[in-house]
Structures are given as structure tokens and as C-alpha cells.
Design a protein around this ligand. Structure first.
Ligand SMILES: [Ca+2]
Length: 487
């Protein structure tokens, strides 16, 4: 802008100076005007002209114009110049406006650019976030696949272990069979040696042949191989064990069922009832001792009623649990009953006969091995024939998981040491150490000797055995025989 002003000023000065020199050198502004002709004629034919090229500059400041006692030509030139300059100014103002507009537009564009940049930054951060999520997801999946692989490894290990245990179990089973065979052989050997001894020392007396042994390795083997033990829990049982060596056999115990025992704990003084089902129906829902008086009998009998299983109403007719009662007894004892109602006992053949003849009864045999596994054998019907028939056993069909070892005794009479009703040439009660419905002699005797530990070693199978569960040389830890009217 200053440059433009300066140019104009220079122009005006030069013009003024040209006038003052009398156009001696004939300076002319070719754009503006020429000097009057009379002046040119005065000067003669010699003419000289200058051309000033004024750059087009924007003029915004004041324009220097000389006034005063100037010539009319000078005034005219100046006015025209001013008009030119104004036009120039207007033009430049327009340009300025245009530029301002451009600047405004540029400003908007800048703002837009800023917004776009901001948006871009947001997008970038969002993309980064998504990328991190993706990365995290990939890592997580990789971890999952690692865990899956570990789990698969564990399953494979467990399977291998199971196979190994299965093989081990089979091996132990084979060893058990071998040991059982050894036990059998040893029993036979002991018998032979004993016989030899008697022959040598001339002490031999007449001895009835032993009954055949039942199977030693049954279908059902108790959960694990139990320890081999011949320990008998109670002293009186040990005396039986000692007496086993003598050929005469032990004398049976004489005491009968302890009915005079003072009532305690679970004893109910109400009743008597015809059986435990009636006691339960009379409102006694708790298991315990009750007085029962079966139809047609004169004296009540104490019995244990089991109400905590299978709808209740069960009458216990026999129980073994700890070897506290000797079961090697005579006919009279087995007829009347013996033992303790809240512990080991035999309810008595006459009582059982009287109870079961009242209606249709069923029998349940509960057994527990030395691994505390419980099994059972149920018979759809049960009753005994009268004493004149030696309380012959009458059973229905079997159902259960212990195996059916009692059906072979069905229809057999009861045998005790002093009353031989079995099909064997000798007395089964003598070999099996307890009264039972023997055949010759049979697959089970739940009134035998209570041996601790399960497997026992004896010349005869005189434990509490159930051949289909554990075999003839496995003595059960616990047994209960219960009867109940059929629903
Ligand atoms: Ca016999």
C-alpha cells in the first residue's frame, strides 16, 4: 500500500517538475494525456517522450495531490487520477471482499478439517479399542483351548488309571481265587493230618463224615478282599472255637430269650399287638420293642418292630450284629427264642410260627458285609409248619441283590444239635454250629458262628454265611430276618 502511494506521489512530482521545466524535455504520461500542441509547436520538431509504467498497486492510504495555485490541466489530471484510483480502490475492495469470503470459506474448511481430525482421532481410538478387544478375545480363546487340552490330558490320565485299576482288580480277583483254593486245600490237609494223628495215637473214635462244602468263590464277592481272620468276638464264642477240635462238639447254651429284661429306651408298654404292622397302625411310628400276642396264643412275647424301612410294620425274627449271643443251642432254645431283643436274638420257632400263620406274610433277609455294604434277599411269602412238622420252612419266590441261597432250604425241617431233621447222614447243626432248616446241609446258615473280619478259616463252614454272597467261608458282619404281612 505504501508502495502505491509512493508511486502516485512520484508520478505527481515528476509531472509537476515536467511542467515547471516548460516541457523542455517533453515528458509525457502516455496513459494520462499529452501536452498542448502549441507548446509542442513552440519547441520545434524535436520531441522526446517517456513512458512510466506504474504497477497496479492497491491504494488504501491518502493520495498526495498538490492543490493551490496549480494549473487547470494539473487539476484535471489529478481528478482523473483520483477517479482511477477510486476505481482501483473499489476493485481492490471487491477483491478484498472476495478474499474475505475465501478466508471465511477457508475458516469453515478449517473448522471442518478440525472436526474431521477430531472424528478421525475418535475413530482411531475406537479402532484401537476394538483391536485390543480382539487381541484379548484371541488370547482368551487360546487359554480356553489350552484348558481344553489340559482337561483332555486329565481325562486320558484318568482313563489310563481306571484301566490300570481294572487290571489290578482282576489280578486281585485271581489272587483271591487262588487264596481261596489254598484255604480249601489247607482245610482238607488239616483234616487229613488230624485223622493221621488220631490213627497214630490210637485215639480215633467214630466220626460222621463232614457235609460237602458249598462253593467258596461265589458270583458275588464282597466289595474288597477282606482280611483273613479267625477272631471270634466274644469269650463264649472262643470256647466254641476251642471245642471245635474235640469230636464230641460243644454243649449248647441253655438260656432262652430274655423276655424279663427291664424295659428301656425304645420299649412301648402299650399293646400287645398281633404283630408289628398292627403296632404301627396303632400310631407307633418309631422302631422299638413291643409286646406282641399273635392270634390263638396265651402269653405275649416281646419283639423288635422295625418302622424305619420299607413302609414299616416289620417284625424282626432274627438278628446278628456283634457275636454277643451264642447261637449254638438246643431245640428247646430255638423253639422258645433267646438273646436280647435290642441286640442279637432269635425270636423262637413257636413265636415265628404263630405270627406267620395269622395271614399272608413275606420274609426279608438283610445282610451287611465287612465293607459295610448292605444286600438283601426278599421272599414273596413265608410261614412255618407246626412243631409236629419240625417247623418246616415254606417260602415264596426270591427277589433281591444278595443272590438266592435260601430257596434250597425251602420245604426243609428245622434241625438242632439234639434234633436231627436234615437230609445229611450226620447232623448239619453240629458242623454249622447252629440250628437251621438244613438240607444236606445247604447254601446258607445265618445262625452260625460270628467271625470278625469276613473271611474265616475253619474245617467246616460254620460262619454266618450266604453262599451266593461271599461264599461258604465269608461270615457276614450283620444279619436281620424280618417278616411283615403282604400289602
Ligand atoms: Ca441228618
Amino acid at each position: 500500500m505504501k508502495a502505491s502511494t509512493w508511486s502516485l506521489c512520484t508520478l505527481l512530482c515528476l509531472y509537476t517538475w515536467g511542467q515547471s521545466e516548460g516541457y523542455s524535455r517533453g515528458p509525457t504520461l502516455n496513459r494520462v494525456r499529452r501536452a498542448p500542441e502549441e507548446t509542442d509547436e513552440d519547441k520545434g520538431p524535436k520531441k522526446c517522450s517517456y513512458t512510466f509504467l506504474v504497477p497496479e498497486q492497491k491504494i488504501t492510504g491518502p493520495i498526495c495531490a498538490s492543490r493551490g495555485s496549480s494549473l487547470p490541466d494539473k487539476d484535471r489530471v489529478t481528478r482523473m487520477d483520483i477517479a482511477d484510483v477510486r476505481e482501483l480502490l473499489t476493485k481492490q475492495r471487491r477483491e478484498m471482499d472476495t478474499l474475505r469470503l475465501v478466508v471465511d470459506v477457508d475458516g469453515n474448511m478449517v473448522n471442518e478439517m478440525k472436526l474431521l481430525r477430531k472424528e478421525s482421532r475418535n475413530m482411531n481410538s475406537r479402532v484401537t479399542q476394538l483391536y485390543m478387544q480382539l487381541l484379548h478375545e484371541i488370547i482368551r480363546k487360546r487359554d480356553n483351548s489350552l484348558e481344553l487340552a489340559q482337561l483332555e490330558g486329565r481325562i486320558l490320565n484318568a482313563t489310563a488309571e481306571a484301566l490300570r485299576l481294572s487290571a489290578r482288580y482282576k489280578e486281585l480277583e485271581a489272587r483271591f481265587s487262588a487264596l481261596a483254593a489254598v484255604v480249601n486245600n489247607q482245610s482238607v490237609l488239616i483234616g487229613a493230618l488230624e485223622e493221621r494223628c488220631l490213627q497214630v495215637y490210637g485215639n480215633r473214635r467214630h466220626e460222621p463224615p463232614a457235609p460237602p462244602l458249598v462253593q467258596v468263590v461265589p458270583e458275588n464277592i464282597p466289595v474288597s478282599v477282606p482280611r483273613l481272620s479267625n477272631e471270634i468276638q466274644r469269650d463264649h464264642s472262643r470256647s466254641i472255637s476251642r471245642e471245635r477240635g474235640s469230636r464230641a462238639g460243644p454243649a449248647p447254651t441253655g438260656s432262652t430269650l430274655d423276655i424279663k429284661r427291664p424295659p428301656q429306651g425304645n420299649f412301648s408298654s402299650e399293646g400287645p399287638y398281633r404283630d408289628c404292622l398292627q403296632a404301627m397302625q396303632a400310631g407307633h411310628a418309631t422302631s422299638g420293642m413291643f409286646l406282641l400276642k399273635p392270634d390263638g396264643t396265651e402269653r405275649p412275647v416281646q419283639a423288635w418292630c422295625e418302622h424305619d424301612m420299607d413302609n414299616g410294620g416289620w417284625t424282626v425274627i432274627q438278628r446278628r450284629k456283634d457275636g454277643s449271643v451264642n447261637f449254638f443251642r438246643n431245640w428247646e432254645n430255638y423253639k422258645k427264642g433267646f438273646g436280647h431283643i435290642d441286640g442279637e436274638h432269635w425270636l423262637g420257632l413257636e413265636n415265628i410260627y404263630n405270627l406267620a400263620k395269622q395271614g399272608d406274610y413275606k420274609l426279608l433277609v438283610e445282610m451287611e458285609d465287612w465293607m459295610e455294604k448292605k444286600v438283601y434277599a426278599a421272599y414273596s411269602s413265608f410261614h412255618l409248619e407246626p412243631e409236629s412238622e419240625s417247623y418246616r420252612l415254606r417260602l415264596g419266590t426270591y427277589q433281591g441283590n444278595a443272590g438266592d441261597s435260601l430257596t434250597s432250604h425251602n420245604g426243609k425241617q428245622f434241625t438242632t444239635l439234639d434234633r436231627d431233621k436234615d437230609a445229611f447222614s450226620g447232623n448239619c447243626a453240629h458242623f454249622h454250629k447252629g440250628g437251621w432248616w438244613y438240607n444236606a446241609c445247604g447254601q446258607t446258615n445265618l445262625n452260625g458262628v460270628w467271625y470278625a473280619g469276613g473271611v474265616y478259616r475253619s474245617k467246616f463252614q460254620d460262619g454266618i454265611f450266604w453262599a451266593d454272597y461271599g461264599g461258604g467261608f465269608y461270615s457276614m458282619k450283620g444279619v436281620r430276618m424280618l417278616i411283615r404281612p403282604i400289602d
